[in-house]
Design a protein around this ligand. Structure first.
Ligand SMILES: C[S@@+](CC[C@H](N)C(=O)[O-])C[C@H]1O[C@@H](n2cnc3c(N)ncnc32)[C@H](O)[C@@H]1O
Length: 190
């Protein structure tokens, strides 16, 4: 039985998570395209990955693999938003949702995480970790090969002014991307 997402309040809530409609759309692919393997880079408080898991589990529990990656340490672009108990907050959120056996949290950099998976492993990769230009470029180069044909690589904050997402995404994908609300960029892997 799924718990409702309403438990995310106060310090447990992820105000940055303004794209639940996008994850709802992504989760539908477990039905339409039989997607099973998902990863999010940049967990923060766990709100976004719990929402994705919640939506996926509405459709199926069959063979799903859901990963999320975070260092839980401050970076040049996230220092003011990284409380010392970030990791505890995240794990508590996942436990409160009863998703600790489904969501696999990888505590490492997104680059280190990329070395754990073979090419073509994932149906869906979402990039929302370090937003500095060099790091986004690295995430795209590390993770694009990990997406299987027919899958999607996408990310958040294309529209942000104080980060390198737009530059890195434009350089790599040019016109081969779709832009959606709240700074979501998306590329279908062929
Ligand atoms: C923008 S927040 C993620 C927000 C989350 N997806 C949400 O919508 O609520 C970025 C997160 O990425 C993590 N992070 C920063 N650099 C990272 C890296 N190189 N590898 C893994 N995680 C990183 C930070 O600790 C932070 O929690």
């Amino acid at each position: 039985m799924l718990k409702e997402m309403s438990g995310f309040t106060g310090e447990y809530k992820g105000e940055w998570f303004n794209y639940p409609w996008y994850y709802n759309e992504i989760a539908l692919n477990v039905i339409t395209k039989k997607w099973r393997k998902f990863i999010e880079l940049g967990t923060w408080r766990g709100h976004s990955i719990c929402h994705l898991c919640f939506e996926i589990k509405k459709h199926t529990d069959d063979n799903i693999e859901i990963y999320t990656v975070d260092t839980f340490k401050p970076t040049s672009t996230s220092a003011s938003c990284t409380p010392s108990n970030l990791k505890d907050i995240c794990y508590k959120n996942i436990q409160r949702m009863g998703m600790e056996n489904t969501i696999k949290v990888l505590e490492c950099t997104s680059h280190e995480a990329s070395l754990k998976f073979e090419d073509g492993y994932f149906d869906f990769v979402f990039i929302d970790a370090d937003h500095a230009y060099e790091r986004i470029k690295e995430d795209i180069n590390d993770w694009l090969p990990k997406v299987k044909k027919g899958g999607i690589i996408s990310g958040h904050d294309y529209a942000g002014e104080v980060n390198g997402v737009k530059k890195a995404v434009d350089e790599k994908f040019g016109n081969n991307k779709i832009l959606k609300n709240v700074g979501i960029w998306e590329v279908a892997v062929k």
